[in-house]
Design a protein around this ligand. Sequence first.
Ligand code: URA
Length: 262
Amino acid sequence: MSRKFLHTLGVSQVFQEMPRDRLNESLSQAAPITSAKSPPPPSQKKDVMSGGQEDTSVSKVHPAYAAKNLQELRHIMESFDGCHLKLAATNTVFCDGNPDADVMLIGEAPGEEEDKQGKPFVGRSGQLLDKMLQAIGLDRTSVYISNIVPWRPPANRQPSTEEIAACLPFIEHHILLKKPKFLLLLGGVATKSLLYTSEGIMSLRGKWRAYTPPHGDKGFEPIELLPTYHPAFLLRSPGQKVYAWEDLKSLKEKLNKIHYMG
Ligand code: URA
């Protein structure tokens, strides 16, 4: 795809999947490995206009994929300069909680308090989230928490499509390295971004599905994923808490099952 065409779409950077030694791969092996449930990101789609040839002038491999563990991922994120949100942020908000937890929660982006403290969900939404977790016997020692975007968008606005695209490989690789048994996606932004869908959170919440990060290898065991409402939405619409409660109970049932069996 030409640089000019990408610019008219508002795209300034395009990231590809893992680097490949194409000389040593057969054509069939060279196809991107994707889960049936997780469509490939736009950056992986073949460019019809160029007959599938990559335009290396505008594409590069996302640095997130070089990380071999969570610590390396954090360092790469902290030295990343591909998302302008970082310029105005005080901190890079990487994670909170227990890296060995079965459950990984993913929110949208840090707010003011999260930006100050460098931890996800420590403001008002975080306080509600803690209560929700407590209701099913969990806390920050038994879950792991991160966000789609690690830098605070100004005035707590939603991250733009371009900001999400620049950061998405970080959270996808984060999931791959963390390998939780369960993913709880908090709100529409987390759900739509990771599932590459425009379907609304109202219809997606409460439905379990299998998730494999788009660049996960063939041996990667799919993770059970559940979208639910974001705590900030629940603060604005307390009448919806009943549905979030259903989702939490469903997660608790799954956890009880693995602990009973394990
Ligand atoms: N909202 C989010 O989505 N993430 C946070 O870390 C805080 C508020």
